[in-house]
Design a protein around this ligand. Structure first.
Ligand code: ZN
Length: 86
């Protein structure tokens, strides 16, 4: 029997958004056939995949529990989710 702890996947995904910043290099590598959607005035943020700070303004949907460098986000691209815990 393993006990659920405070670092369980459920807790982590509750604290992190599924929309995460990604740098252009990682985006191109992961999506060679897609054009990234960019923010008009991007802030400097840390790439969820490689952890490098960038200002590419590209966001992807990713499970934060699977991501190496998840960021806590203010949700720059609202998707109509009614849930807001903070
Ligand atoms: Zn990257």
């Amino acid at each position: 029997m393993t006990e659920p702890n405070s670092d369980s996947k459920e807790v982590r995904t509750a604290r992190y958004k599924w929309t995460q910043p990604q740098c252009e290099i990682c985006f191109r590598r992961d999506n060679p056939e897609k054009e990234p959607v960019r923010l008009k005035s991007p802030e400097s943020e840390r790439c969820v995949t490689c952890g490098l700070w960038n200002q590419d303004g590209i966001y992807i949907r990713i499970d934060p529990a699977e991501a190496p460098y998840p960021s806590l986000l203010k949700d720059p691209t609202p998707t109509g989710e009614m849930k807001e815990d903070f």
